[in-house]
Design a protein around this ligand. Structure first.
Ligand SMILES: Nc1ncnc2c1ncn2[C@@H]1O[C@H](COP(=O)(O)OP(=O)(O)OP(=O)(O)O)[C@@H](O)[C@H]1O
Length: 228
């Protein structure tokens, strides 16, 4: 029987940082596989390597050893240009702070990554408006981030992450900057979008209630990924 290729797989991933005090080994043989449609919570104490793991999974950094597979492709064997292309079209990111471009409108923030991926402007605008609408932002398309509430800014950031119809969503404390009530609402919308599109998702959170809403919870222990 053939096994399904995971949407994302980390195999024996190692990452260490050079600090004034010497080498700091953060990941020491991390293994993780995410199937399409699987939503995994990453819950671990501060400083244990959650952001590091997400950066490696998102091909923003290269591991010191081990390999990251995206849809079965070994990322370490790819050129920087190919890694960028995969990152653009296959992986969506949501950060704790929205990182929207302040001088652009909500719609433009969702259009721009699509243009970078080669989508024609008209189609990109249509998709941006539909995505923003699905997050309750109809009528706010022309607002710049500074005129939106924190929850609205984060909804735009989620729409932007989904703009190129990725297969994988990576999120680092996506609602960590919002008040409890808004965080719960935005998180439910994020989960619904991820489930609706059958994405694989890895979401770091410090909130146990949000983690319990996902399919599986993993943590980091001594640089390895273990089931929580
Ligand atoms: N570029 C870097 N250079 C040196 N050390 C780093 C670097 N990036 C991260 N670290 C260290 O690596 C460890 C893991 O950092 P990381 O940001 O991955 O943790 P985290 O679990 O995401 O933490 P938090 O929950 O506080 O965001 C920390 O001790 C951090 O200080």
């Amino acid at each position: 029987m053939s096994e399904t290729v995971p949407a994302l797989r980390l195999a024996a991933v190692e990452r260490r940082y050079r600090t004034e005090a010497g080498e700091l080994p953060v990941l020491r043989g991390a293994e993780l596989a995410l199937q399409a449609g699987e939503i995994v919570a990453l819950v671990a104490p501060s400083g244990t390597g959650k952001s590091t793991l997400l950066h490696l999974a998102g091909l923003l950094e290269r591991p010191d050893a081990g390999e990251v597979f995206v849809g079965g492709h070994a990322a370490g064997t790819l050129s920087d240009a190919d890694r960028t292309a995969i990152r653009r079209t296959t992986i969506g990111f949501v950060y704790q702070f929205h990182h929207l471009l302040p001088e652009f409108t909500a719609e433009e923030n969702v259009v721009l990554p699509q243009l970078a991926a080669g989508t024609a402007r008209g189609a990109a605008r249509g998709r941006a408006r539909a995505l923003l609408g699905s997050f309750g932002l109809t009528g706010r398309e022309d607002h710049r981030p500074g005129r939106l509430s924190g929850g609205e800014q984060q909804r735009v950031a989620i729409a932007r992450a989904l703009a190129n119809a990725p297969r994988i969503l990576l999120a680092d404390e996506p609602t960590g900057n919002l008040d409890v009530g808004t965080a719960g609402l935005v998180f439910e919308e994020l989960l619904a979008a991820v489930r609706g599109q059958g994405l694989a998702a890895l979401i770091a959170t410090h909130n146990p209630d949000l983690a319990a809403r996902m399919d599986r919870v993993v943590t980091l222990r001594e640089g390895r990924v273990v089931e929580a």
